[in-house]
Design a binder for this molecule. Structure first.
Ligand code: SAM
Length: 282
């Protein structure tokens, strides 16, 4: 009788080639085959570590057909590994179909932990990490994207979003409109030479990136919705604004602080000021 097959789900580096565990290296060396999202990309990693295990492609477009082939090989007693281009397979990457099929067929799987962009960004940003919601990539269609944002607008968790750099600005615009002002962070080029975390209010990040568009891979993090902040009415915002200005804070800064305090947009305060001035003028 043949040995029992097994599939290892292996996390690989998200930028820095040294971020790979000894167990993953050992496994990749010793399995019968490695299923990889992009074999040319993964070959570079394997060459770097002198690993000669045969590769087969397993990506979004051949996931179903390849799953059947891989499951058959595992049933025949082979041992295989699944890797993606970066980080943990199955997390905004192919893997789920194969994993579920193995489980359905009682083929044992094991996960070898390692790098993941979302967790790295969360910890590096200093955003609340006790409870968070991973959203992965938002839908690319504007309507669908805004629907998802509306669903999560009032959740008390840090939100983690993967975004392509060329879409970051329009995503931030939608977020500001639907979620209102709040603290945010953009973590770029994690584990690489130009790793950088940009922090600020959503409107500040928008202003920053309008000047210099972001480059490289990025994760966007949004502070949890704070229900307490939303209780203030326009009169309370204006009272806070007046108090800050009396204390010597200039209007721009004061508006920013009030927006943050109440989880609203600066534009809302500005409009409230106009309404108040109009009333006074009557
Ligand atoms: N499976 C991966 C993981 O475990 O994180 C995610 C793969 S997903 C296709 C790629 C997205 O992850 C990128 O668009 C970006 O949002 C994020 N990402 C991956 N590497 C990153 C890095 N070095 N710095 C910042 N974000 C990264």
């Amino acid at each position: 009788m043949s040995e029992e097959g097994l599939l290892y789900i292996c996390a690989t580096p998200i930028g820095n080639l040294a971020d790979i565990t000894l167990r993953v290296l050992d496994t990749l060396k010793n399995v019968d085959f490695i299923a990889a999202e992009d074999t040319r990309h993964s070959r570079k990693l394997l060459n770097h570590y002198g690993i000669k295990t045969p590769l087969l492609s397993y990506h979004q477009h051949n996931e179903r057909q390849r799953t059947a082939e891989i499951v058959q090989r595992l049933k025949n007693g082979e041992k295989g590994a699944l890797i993606s281009d970066a980080g943990m397979p199955g997390i905004s990457d192919p893997g789920q179909v194969l994993i579920r099929e193995c489980l359905a067929e009682n083929i044992p799987i094991d996960v070898l932990p390692g790098p993941n962009a979302a967790i790295t960004a969360l910890v590096l940003s200093g955003m609340p990490a006790d409870s968070f919601l991973y959203l992965g990539f938002l839908p690319t269609g504007k309507k669908e994207r805004r629907e998802v944002l509306a669903q999560v607008a009032e959740l008390p968790y840090t939100l983690i979003i993967y975004e392509a750099p060329h879409r970051l600005l329009s995503t931030l615009e939608d977020i500001l409109e639907i979620l209102g002002e709040r603290e945010a962070a953009v973590a770029r080029e994690l584990t690489k030479i130009h790793q950088q975390v940009h922090k600020g209010l959503i409107s500040e990040l928008l202003a920053e990136f309008q000047g210099v568009p972001p480059k490289g891979e990025c994760c966007l993090l949004l502070a949890p919705y704070n229900a307490e902040k939303k209780t203030g009415e326009p009169a309370a915002w204006l009272e806070e604004l007046r108090r800050l200005e009396e204390a010597g804070v200039d209007r721009k800064e004061a508006m920013k602080t009030v927006a943050k305090l109440y989880g609203i947009r600066k534009r809302d305060i500005y409009e409230a000021c106009l309404v108040m001035e109009e009333k006074k003028g009557r």
